[in-house]
Design a protein around this ligand. Structure first.
Ligand SMILES: [Zn+2]
Length: 120
C-alpha cells in the first residue's frame, strides 16, 4: 500500500504512513479548539515539518474537501459564532471558493492577497 497523502510506503494494510497519521491525529484531536497558529506550534512540537503537514492538509482525495478546507470551515464558523453570526460555512463551501479562486473567478469576500505572506 502507499500512503494516500504523500505516496510513501505505508505498509500492507495501512492507508497512511506514520508521519501523515501523526498529522491526522493532531488535527482530529486539536482542531476546533486551537487556531491555526496554535495548531502549527503543535505540529512543530511533534517534529513535523511544514511540508509534511501541508501535503496532508492539501491532499485532494476524490471530490472531497481537503483537510484544510474542513479546518478552515470549522475555524470560520467558530469565529463567526463568536461574533454572534450564524456560522454555517461548510467544508464544501470552502472548497468551492478555493477552486473558484484558483480558476480566477474571485468568488467570495476575501482574496488570496490577504493570506499571511510570512514576512518577518
Ligand atoms: Zn504519508
Amino acid at each position: 500500500m502507499r500512503c494516500i497523502y504523500c505516496r510513501d510506503r505505508s505498509g500492507f494494510i495501512r492507508k497512511t504512513c506514520r508521519v501523515c497519521a501523526c498529522v491526522l491525529a493532531i488535527v482530529e484531536r486539536d482542531a476546533g479548539m486551537l487556531g491555526w497558529t496554535e495548531l502549527v506550534d503543535r505540529f512543530a512540537l511533534e517534529g513535523l515539518s511544514r511540508e509534511q503537514v501541508n501535503r496532508v492538509l492539501d491532499a485532494e482525495i476524490g471530490e472531497a474537501p481537503t483537510l484544510r478546507d474542513q479546518l478552515t470551515s470549522r475555524m470560520a464558523n467558530v469565529l463567526m459564532r463568536g461574533l454572534g453570526m450564524p456560522g454555517r460555512q461548510s467544508p464544501e463551501d470552502v472548497r468551492r471558493v478555493r477552486l473558484g479562486m484558483a480558476a480566477g473567478e474571485g468568488e467570495g469576500g476575501w482574496t488570496p492577497a490577504e493570506k499571511s505572506s510570512g514576512t518577518s
